[in-house]
Write a protein that binds this ligand. Structure first.
Ligand SMILES: CC(=O)[C@@H](O)[C@H](O)COP(=O)(O)O
Length: 267
């Protein structure tokens, strides 16, 4: 997209990251599923075009074990390698360099965690790693805190997409700071996708209503009683949230306003 402004992004029927255009605004993960078959069925039901893969945790190369690529075929899905489990920028950069050597992936998701309890991103390490990866020619989608100032710093450093958390990874708490997510979406000139913390369909719809370009989620689908059905619900929620955003919501009022006014409307 030549003009990445919010005004241009807000009306587009697809989103573009590093010259690749996607119609589906829902990215799904590949962890915590019963097996790869269930994972694949959920990704299909979600209508996802991108699946994110924790390259250090998923079997991509040992043919003696079940392999992800036999179920989620690379000719059907764009694989987005991520650095889940990395707690230093150096480790994350090393992981993505190995992923590129193994699979040729250049579009990647950077995620540098701070501590194992909150799983919050370490933004100092993340920014440092981002700079190294950009210098290395990667296109980097960046998992980050919901801080608009930090989001701008990442964009200035060359991030291909900004991915603020809704809540801690795997918490299912939903979006904790709607104001910040909205500010980040408004100011960015690259796609903004809420990543982590979505618990159910309404959370995904809220992310889209706030003006985000998309949503990435894993646990909400993988840990649902019926993952395939939840994946379908998430697809519909993302689409509904996007439609509501484009339609433009009514103003919020402090006081009541009669639904059958006596003037000012057609009778
Ligand atoms: C799959 C992935 O990339 C995770 O690191 C991501 O942040 C998802 O978080 P949830 O499991 O909370 O959706």
């Amino acid at each position: 997209m030549a003009d990445g402004s919010w005004e241009a992004r807000r009306s587009a029927d697809s989103f573009t990251v590093a010259d690749r255009t996607f119609r589906s605004r829902l990215i799904v993960g590949t962890g915590k599923y019963k097996d790869y078959a269930e994972n694949a069925a959920a990704a299909e039901a979600a209508g996802a075009e991108i699946v994110t893969v924790a390259v250090r945790r998923v079997n991509l190369s040992n043919p003696n074990e079940p392999m992800l690529v036999d179920y989620l075929r690379p000719d059907r899905f764009t694989f987005l390698p991520n650095t889940a489990g990395c707690f230093t920028g150096e480790d994350a950069v090393r992981t993505l360099r190995l992923a590129r050597e193994a699979g040729g992936w250049n579009l990647v998701k950077l995620e540098v965690l701070s501590d194992p309890d909150t799983l919050y991103p370490d933004m100092v390490e993340t920014l440092h790693a981002l700079e190294l990866l950009i210098a290395d020619g990667f296109d980097v989608m960046v998992y980050c805190s919901d801080d608009p100032v930090m989001a701008r710093r990442l964009e200035d450093a060359g991030a291909a997409a900004i991915m603020p958390l809704g809540a801690p990874i795997g918490s299912g708490l939903g979006i904790q700071n709607r104001l910040n997510i909205r500010l980040i979406a408004e100011q960015a000139r690259v796609p903004v996708l809420v990543d982590a913390g979505v618990g159910t369909a309404s959370d995904a719809a809220i992310a889209m209503e706030l003006g985000c370009d998309g949503v990435l989620m894993n646990t909400a689908i993988a840990e649902a009683r019926d993952p395939v059905r939840m994946a379908r619900a998430m697809k519909l929620a993302v689409e509904a949230g996007r439609e509501a955003f484009l339609a433009g919501r009514m103003p919020v009022r402090t006081y009541g306003a009669a639904s059958s006014p006596t003037s000012g409307y057609i009778s």
